[in-house]
Design a protein around this ligand. Structure first.
Ligand SMILES: [Zn+2]
Length: 451
């Protein structure tokens, strides 16, 4: 059965912010400045999120809402920021960037207001049969979304310098058919032309958010109480590396090795009881087997020699392992002194089977949180609560619906969404091989424009 959605094109552009029109004398000034910034590659750097790579998925800066007729989708980005606002503000009066005088806040706000009017396009991707891979399909219609609102403060004014960000909303006319096979996803693509006042600080944010619009049984989530209603599921088709803010996040995340890595694991015998070792080893094995099941070719071994190991699995007190995670079970981070990824399970937690299916605290099975942490090392970031994932808000559990296998191996670790991101990670590492760590001796300011 197909549900035909009515076409309703919303052409009303209603900016809720209150900005006055620029005076005729200001307009050429704005235009000149914009052209100069673009020419010097010093545009405003847009960010859609203010957190770190590690807590990204849990705090997705997108809200989505279908109207009652399911013919208009509202998408709002709730934490939009310009990373280098004060720098560009100073350029208004001093193109060399060394002025501290700047223009007034209201003038600068007007300048941005009249130069920042983004649009987004939803680009369809279709599931390849018998796989978990989505491919662009040019025969399906694009969905063009118009800017609906830019809001920030309770008083309706746009304060572009707000640390927590301002909000940008779009109307998307849903002139599409949503079919019950739930095999179409949409990349949210921000349309940034070459003459725009802004560019993305993290290029992945321009196209890396995906939407699944599902109905009934689907590949993305299995726990909805009302599966008959159309459900919009935003998620991230991004890796850990995509979400790292250069020279800020380094040290707080794992170093991405990809799904084809050769890894020797050292299990710290000082921290794990012998009865837990089986679950640790089984967690490593399940990740290895699941990656093979999805067509990758990693080699995972364990080593009793820490010097020969690539990944250390240990236990230690973790007061702030992952922000926004009150249970604080584990952490994966790259230790630059050791030159290794280190996975730490919080002290006091026993590593036994915990996958949501066989129940907690039975030995010899995989431990969901450890599968989650190893997956960080592979390159997966967090996922949203809208989709089933080992990297999701309930990342203590192996996913209920796993991606199809390509051989006789068994995939227990990775959902359809995880499998999409693994594919992305693999391609990312092929295109851009990992380079040695760069020294962290640059100040944040000097890196704003890559100088
Ligand atoms: Zn995590």
């Amino acid at each position: 059965m197909k549900k035909k959605l009515l076409i309703t094109v919303c052409t009303v552009l209603s900016l809720s912010a209150q900005a006055t029109e620029p005076s005729p004398t200001e307009e050429p000034r704005y235009d000149t400045l914009r052209q100069e910034l673009v020419a010097q590659d010093k545009q405003l750097q847009l960010r859609l999120f203010t957190g770190s790579g590690m807590n990204y998925g849990h705090e997705l800066p997108i809200t989505t809402k279908l109207n009652a007729n399911n013919d208009v989708l509202d998408i709002e980005f709730t934490r939009v920021n310009f990373n280098n606002l004060s720098y560009v503000k100073n350029l208004l009066t001093s193109p060399s960037g060394d002025s501290t005088t700047g223009v007034s806040d209201s003038t600068f706000s007007k300048f941005i207001y009249h130069n920042f009017a983004p649009t987004i396009t939803l680009i369809p991707h279709e599931l390849e049969q018998h796989s978990s891979t989505f491919k662009a399909n040019s025969s399906l219609p694009l969905i063009e979304c118009s800017l609906h609102s830019i809001t920030a403060s309770n008083d309706g004014t746009v304060d572009y310098s707000r640390k927590e960000g301002f909000k940008v909303g779009f109307h998307c006319p849903m002139n599409i058919e949503v079919n019950d096979t739930n095999d179409i996803v949409y990349d949210i693509s921000w349309n940034v032309d070459s003459n725009a006042i802004y560019k993305f600080m993290l290029p992945s944010e321009q196209t890396g958010y995906r939407l699944a619009i599902t109905s009934g049984t689907n590949y993305f989530g299995t726990t909805d109480s009302d599966t008959s209603a159309l459900t919009v599921r935003p998620y991230l088709n991004m890796s850990i590396d995509d979400l790292v803010v250069p020279h800020i996040d380094v040290g707080n995340h794992s170093k991405m090795v990809g799904p084809n890595a050769q890894l020797a694991f050292y299990i710290d015998p000082r921290t794990y009881q012998s009865r837990e070792i089986n679950s640790v080893k089984e967690s490593i094995r399940v990740v290895n087997e699941s990656l093979h099941a999805l067509g990758y070719n990693p080699t995972f071994t364990t080593s009793n020699n820490i010097g020969n190991a690539d990944v250390i699995i240990t236990k230690a007190p973790l007061p702030n392992a992952e922000e926004h995670n009150p249970s604080i079970i584990g952490k994966a981070a790259y230790d630059s002194a050791l030159g290794k990824n280190v996975i730490t399970i919080n002290s006091g937690i026993l590593v036994f089977t915990f996958d949501g299916h066989t129940g907690p605290n039975s030995p010899n099975g995989p431990y969901g949180p450890l599968v989650h942490e190893i997956s960080h090392v592979i390159g997966l970031a967090h996922q949203t609560r809208f989709v089933d994932s080992i990297m999701g808000g309930s990342g203590n559990y192996l996913p209920g619906l796993t991606a199809p296998t390509t051989n006789s191996e068994r995939n227990r670790a990775y959902s359809y969404v995880d499998a999409q991101v693994l594919k992305h990670v693999e391609q990312q590492l092929i295109q851009k091989p990992q380079t040695p760590d760069e020294p962290l001796n640059c100040t944040i300011n000097s890196n704003l424009f890559g100088v």
